[in-house]
Design a protein around this ligand. Structure first.
Ligand code: FAD
Length: 479
């Protein structure tokens, strides 16, 4: 009759599967969040995501207290903290929302085992995705590895039941305040050994922040298809960080998108399709955990990426946004300065690293993982393997983005480039995409000195392209 809800990447009160289940089944429900040292220890000491979590946890605690409950907060290893707390509270069950990342699955198995020894059950619920595990499979009963048929099957299976909210409010009377003896209070950011960042000027954390962005996006959703590819335009929803930490409910988003799609909104239809990509990569990770560290297509594990000093220097130039390719540099600087990168630019930057610089996608994946506010193992790995052509349903290896063409098409007036690469802002709208092609006089007039005020391109497009085709063709020959 007593239960504990362990919050992880689901930092909201509304439409919460685990909390709903616990409140319905138990007469007394406590809530806990653990600042997990096994994760925090590997992060830089100033990290917007930790601050985002901190503020979201603070808001969640306040909302729970307003309803008679509150959040017990721990700082340590959940594999010991959760069983210890569950025993101290004499609960019969610990409820969680399922997490699909291999490290989280292993952690949960440990917690489940420790709880079982104390006769406490560990109940996990689907909350993070619309469909999980084996819910959407091919007619032959195997997992999908191609997106379009997956999406069609996903849409076919969808009915209002799957998008129904898990109400919390009407069962909230079962919430119990943390017992004084077990309460430790919310540690300060400095107690967690983290420094403040510029998070507050960039992100609105918590469920309130997510709701605010959603309202704003719903005004624009009908235009999503026309605007989503242009990084200088406010086209996408910017909800990814909220999906990452569960400060919005995926069911609510999918429900709104689906309703509008049925109402004839093409923008909503395309946006729903993006949410389906998210489910798609979660199920890929579940069925093929080897993608962590390996190519989805095993043959591609044999690709010989460049290594050594020269590759390291190119990698550093890519990370720091000084490749000499303005759109790529603008993309990387957006990531470094804000923790966000527009989807079109993620594709361009990832393609450039793997297909122009010949560098292993895993190095780029790790860099994104460290810097993206919305870093999500499933989507990040999926995106990188797509761009590197090593993934399921990936870009074929011979299709190599031309960074100048991408730039002219998706940032035609160079507005995005000028924002992040101001040192070439004086070039005209045509030259700005490829400064080395501008006449020396024009460059001089714009105050651009290649190699001095802005880098000369670190590789030549045509040469890089030829090298990549060779790199991948070598695989075919080896077979
Ligand atoms: P919107 O355009 O408003 O899309 C709405 C939501 O749909 C997103 O918030 C996201 O949850 C989901 N979505 C959109 N595109 C994709 C996609 N291709 N795959 C999976 N889900 C998608 N997304 C992440 O959430 N975390 C990552 O770590 C991540 N890494 C990426 C790395 C690469 C190399 C690439 C090419 C893509 C990556 N993406 C990642 C997918 C996509 O770029 C982001 O989800 C998107 O840019 C987030 O901005 P938004 O919320 O404004 O997107």
């Amino acid at each position: 009759d007593r239960a504990l809800v362990w919050f992880r990447r689901d930092l909201r009160l509304d439409d919460h599967a685990a909390l709903h289940r616990a409140l319905r089944h138990a007469r007394q429900v406590w809530c806990v969040f653990v600042f997990d040292t096994t994760i925090l220890d590997s992060l830089p000491r100033a990290d917007r995501r930790v601050e985002f979590i901190w503020h979201s946890v603070e808001e969640l605690d306040r909302l729970l207290r307003e309803r008679g409950g509150g959040l017990l907060v721990r700082h340590g290893d959940p594999r010991s903290e959760i069983p210890a707390l569950a025993r101290a509270l004499h609960v019969q069950a610990v409820h969680v929302n399922r997490d699909y990342e291999p490290a989280a699955v292993a952690r949960d198995a440990k917690v489940r085992g420790a709880l079982a020894e104390a006769g406490i059950s560990f109940l996990s619920w689907k909350d993070q995705v619309v469909f999980e595990h084996e819910e959407v499979m091919t007619a032959g009963g195997t997992p999908f590895s191609v997106f379009t048929p997956y999406k069609n099957a996903w849409l076919k299976k969808l009915d209002p039941f799957y998008l129904k909210a898990y109400p919390v409010e009407r069962h909230a009377h079962a919430l119990v305040a943390p017992p004084a003896a077990l309460e430790r209070g919310l540690p300060r950011l400095s107690d967690l050994d983290f420094l403040p960042t510029d998070m507050a000027t960039r992100l609105h954390p918590g469920a309130s922040g997510g709701a605010h962005l959603l309202l704003d996006f719903l005004e624009r959703i009908d235009h999503y298809e026309d605007t989503r590819n242009f990084p200088a335009v406010k086209g996408p929803s910017y909800l990814s960080v909220h999906l990452r930490f569960g400060t919005v409910s995926i069911r609510q988003l999918a429900r709104l998108a689906h309703e509008r799609m049925v109402g004839g909104s093409r923008g909503a239809e395309v946006w729903l399709s993006e949410l389906i990509w998210r489910d798609f990569y979660f199920q890929i990770l579940h069925h093929h955990p080897r993608v962590v560290g390996h190519c989805f297509k095993p043959d591609y594990d044999a690709v010989k990426w460049d290594h050594g000093h020269h590759a390291d220097a190119l990698f550093a130039a890519w990370c720091e946004g000084r490749t000499g390719y303005p759109l790529v540099d603008a993309a990387m600087r957006q990531l470094n300065q804000t923790g966000y990168m527009h989807n079109r630019l993620r594709m361009v930057a990832a393609s450039f690293l793997t297909k122009h610089l010949g560098i292993d996608w895993r190095r780029g994946e790790a860099y994104f993982a460290l810097h993206l506010n919305d870093f999500d193992l499933a989507a990040n790995n999926g995106g990188w393997q797509w761009a590197a052509s090593t993934g399921c349903d990936a870009q074929p290896y011979f299709r190599i983005f031309n960074p100048m063409t991408q730039s002219r098409k998706f940032d035609p007036a160079g507005r995005f480039i000028r924002r992040y690469v101001p040192e070439i802002a004086g070039l005209n709208d045509d030259e700005i995409h490829a400064p080395w092609e501008a006449k020396p006089m024009e460059r001089l007039a714009a105050g651009v000195e290649l190699g001095k005020t802005y880098p000369a391109p670190v590789v030549v497009h045509e040469e890089a392209r030829a090298k990549t085709l060779e790199r991948f063709d070598a695989l075919k020959k080896a077979r």
